[in-house]
Design a protein around this ligand. Structure first.
Ligand code: NDP
Length: 328
């Protein structure tokens, strides 16, 4: 029998975690042969609510779920973690300046970075979901210098999946027929969903669509603003689809991407595609043996170049702001 894999989820009593934890327990993330030990990390005020979630997890009688532990202590929370999903973050409240938001999240992600370095398993993989996700991941990574930088990532898979969904809808083809979608840059409204390398079946996506105006004036802004559209329709943010994307992200990082396809992950730049080294930016990546590799040598046309540069400039600004606060 396989030993259980320890998965730590922060913000465990929040909306995204409510969608996420049950999918993990059901084996959707690490597969049907991997028993899971869940560690739920919460702030003290939310520990009671996390206990309720743990009761529901127990009531799922999941065959793969070996144990659930709840804590408000990061060092206990990340103890032995092979997968760390940092979902909890401080939301912007009314009257809060951007600097206040960065400082509040800075305190959370410096502490969690240090605790991951001190306590997590040697093979830990970190996914940051809590916003501003790329910069929160940057802070955690820089506060865990003993952990390889390639173990830190932030979620742009929801944006990637949204881009696939829009292209599927437009072409009338199933989502499963779409390959090589790419999201570049920051998980923010400046992100650049790029279908110039994508295929619908065996056809280049740009030929399948054959409408430049739709790509520029409909596809890109629809993907960028999809989060707001869901808040407007549902009255609260996109929690289940974010949870589903987090599952996809860790599953593909762990089990590998399909031949001939790639996924989007925000990872530490090695300088590829002119993205300054050290920024956590979204790239097309392939995964194998638990490691990701940025897809090399793609042609970037002038249209794409300008959009990548714009989003990366925003990431550099966020980095400069947290640097000024002494967080990285
Ligand atoms: P959610 O579970 O809905 O969201 C959690 C985080 O994910 C937010 O930062 C949210 O950003 C972000 N996010 C990223 N992508 C998306 C997306 N596509 N759609 C929606 N959200 C996205 O928040 P809740 O407020 O329900 O829960 C947060 C929990 O975190 C609370 O229980 C709180 O106690 C906990 N928390 C835990 C901490 C810790 O463990 N140390 C620290 C801080 C909070 P955005 O705000 O932009 O919507």
């Amino acid at each position: 029998d396989q030993a259980p894999v320890t998965v730590t989820v922060t913000g465990a009593s929040g909306q995204i975690a409510y969608g996420l934890l049950f999918r993990i327990a059901a084996g959707d993330m690490l597969g049907p042969d991997a028993p899971v030990r869940l560690r739920l990390l919460e702030i003290p005020a939310a520990v009671r609510a996390a206990e309720g979630v743990a009761m529901e997890l127990e009531d799922g009688a999941f065959p793969l779920l070996s144990d659930v532990e709840i804590t408000d202590d990061p060092t206990i929370g990340f103890d032995g973690a092979s997968v760390a999903m940092l979902v909890g973050a401080r939301p912007r409240t009314q009257g809060m300046e951007r600097g206040d938001l960065l400082a509040a999240n800075g305190a959370i992600f410096t502490t969690q970075g240090r605790a991951i370095e001190a306590a997590a398993a040697d093979d830990v993989k970190v996914l940051v979901v809590g916003n501003p996700a790329n910069t929160n991941a940057l802070i955690a990574m820089n506060n865990a210098p003993g952990v390889p930088r390639t173990r830190f990532s932030a979620l742009t898979r929801l944006d990637h999946n949204r881009a696939i969904a829009q292209l599927a809808h437009r072409t009338g083809e199933p989502a499963a027929s779409i390959r090589r979608m790419t999201v570049w840059g920051n998980h923010s409204a400046t992100q650049y969903p790029d279908l110039s390398h994508a295929f619908v079946g065996n056809k280049p996506a740009e030929d399948a669509v054959s409408d430049r105006t739709w790509i520029e004036d409909t596809f890109i802004p629809t993907v960028q603003q999809r989060g707001s559209a869901i808040i407007e329709a549902r009255g609260s943010s996109s929690a289940a689809s974010a949870a589903s994307a987090a599952i996809d992200h860790v599953r593909d990082w762990t089990a590998g991407t399909s031949d001939g396809d790639w996924v989007s992950m925000a990872v530490c730049s090695d300088g590829s595609y002119g993205v300054p080294e050290g920024l956590i930016s979204s790239f097309p990546v392939t995964c194998a043996d638990g490691e990701f590799r940025i897809v090399p040598n793609l042609d970037i046309d002038d249209f794409s170049r300008a959009r990548i540069d714009l989003s990366v400039a925003e990431l550099a600004q966020e980095r400069d702001a947290v640097r000024a606060l002494g967080l990285v």
